[in-house]
Design a protein around this ligand. Structure first.
Ligand SMILES: Cc1cc2nc3c(=O)[nH]c(=O)nc-3n(C[C@H](O)[C@H](O)[C@H](O)COP(=O)(O)O)c2cc1C
Length: 336
């Protein structure tokens, strides 16, 4: 896809899985895509790490069989390294690469403290150089994902969007919180609306979408072109099917008509997730400990199950824990 085609791509790919370090691996992307995510982003990948041909980093750009399109997010602060590695990713993934996103919003110390991620919000000139170097190095669209501003109360996203578009970004993704805010308070969607009103490039809204109602409200209140969902998809790939149904109905979603999974379906999805992780890389099943806790949230017996998950290291261990939870549930149903 060419950068100029991204606006039209977004008009049919409106609800996407956000990049999440430690979460958005191929197994999770597959489950979200099967539930209707229009596009899924990889976890952020270090451009510097890739440049050292570090295997641990290179595996982050692995796709699952059948993954026709993916968004890859890179982070770093050296324009040339970022451009070189974006080019390498494009060559490696070919037609399967939809977009390269540059992380300019991650506030965690080990990223922003080194001048990467959200630190770039404080250095607009470097942010512009990076965007322009990457956009010139590849054919695919290049986007930047950022936050409302760096310091609490100092909103800079409208200026940031102007810089991004002048530097060749095909879209800007905006999480409506300041970097220093981390996840405190609510995401401010008005700043997304302000950015949308001011920017010539598409704006992708992000922050606090936990239901189909939230998604419809974010589109309505901001006029954004597409949305990214992160925490709302954890243990809940169905959120994409629910949003897709709500957007199709083109009115306030009727909660009774949305595809909500039963407790048993949630447990079976968790089981499938564990097996997908195992098939790719047996060691990565350890990631399932946190995923499993998300899947079973609110299910009767979840507290005991969480205790079991924390001792699981293989797909078989998880099978046993899920079986125990299912058996607890069926006993409860007999009792009622
Ligand atoms: C576990 C986790 C990992 C994340 N990793 C990344 C990342 O690698 N790159 C990035 O740009 N944002 C990352 N984020 C931020 C999300 O993409 C998103 O911007 C933020 O969570 C707000 O969206 P939400 O309210 O839908 O969760 C991460 C968030 C979480 C919860």
């Amino acid at each position: 896809m060419k950068a100029a085609d991204y606006r039209s791509f977004l008009s049919t790919h409106r609800v996407m899985l956000a990049p999440m370090a430690g979460v958005s691996d191929p197994a999770f992307r597959q489950l979200c895509a099967e539930q209707g995510a229009s596009l899924a982003f990889t976890e952020m990948v270090s451009a510097k790490g890739l440049s050292y041909a570090n295997e641990r980093t290179a595996h982050l750009v692995d796709l699952y069989d059948g993954e026709a399109l993916v968004g890859v997010q890179i982070f770093g602060h050296e324009p040339q390294t970022m451009a070189d590695q974006a080019k390498w990713i494009e060559q490696e993934l070919g037609e399967r690469l939809a977009v390269i996103d540059i992380n300019m919003g991650c506030p965690v110390k080990k990223i922003a403290g080194k001048g990467d991620g959200a630190a770039l919000i404080k250095d607009l000139s470097l942010a512009a150089q990076i965007t322009s170097a990457v956009a010139q190095a590849v054919q695919v669209p290049v986007t930047v994902k950022t936050r409302r501003g760096f310091y609490d109360g100092e909103e800079t996203c409208v200026d940031f969007a102007h810089i991004a578009q002048e530097s060749g970004a095909a879209a800007i993704a905006l999480h409506g919180r300041f970097a220093t805010q981390m996840y405190r308070g609510r995401a401010d969607w008005d700043c997304i609306a302000r950015t949308k009103a001011a920017a010539a490039i598409p704006v992708i809204g992000n922050g606090d979408v936990f239901s189909a109602e939230d998604a419809c409200a974010l589109f309505d209140q901001t006029g954004c072109d597409a949305i990214l969902i992160a925490r709302g998809a954890q243990g809940n790939p169905w959120i994409f099917a629910q949003i897709s149904a709500a957007l199709k109905s083109n009115q306030t979603p009727n909660l009774n008509e949305l595809p909500f999974p039963s407790f048993e379906e949630r447990i079976e999805m968790a089981r499938l997730h564990a097996h997908l992780l195992h098939e790719r890389e047996p060691r990565s099943v350890l990631r399932m400990r946190k995923h499993a806790c998300w899947y079973v949230k609110g299910i009767p017996g979840a507290a005991a199950a969480r205790g079991m998950f924390n001792t699981c290291s293989t797909a078989e261990d998880f099978d046993k824990a899920f079986d125990a939870l299912l058996s607890h549930l069926s006993q409860q149903e007999v009792g009622t």
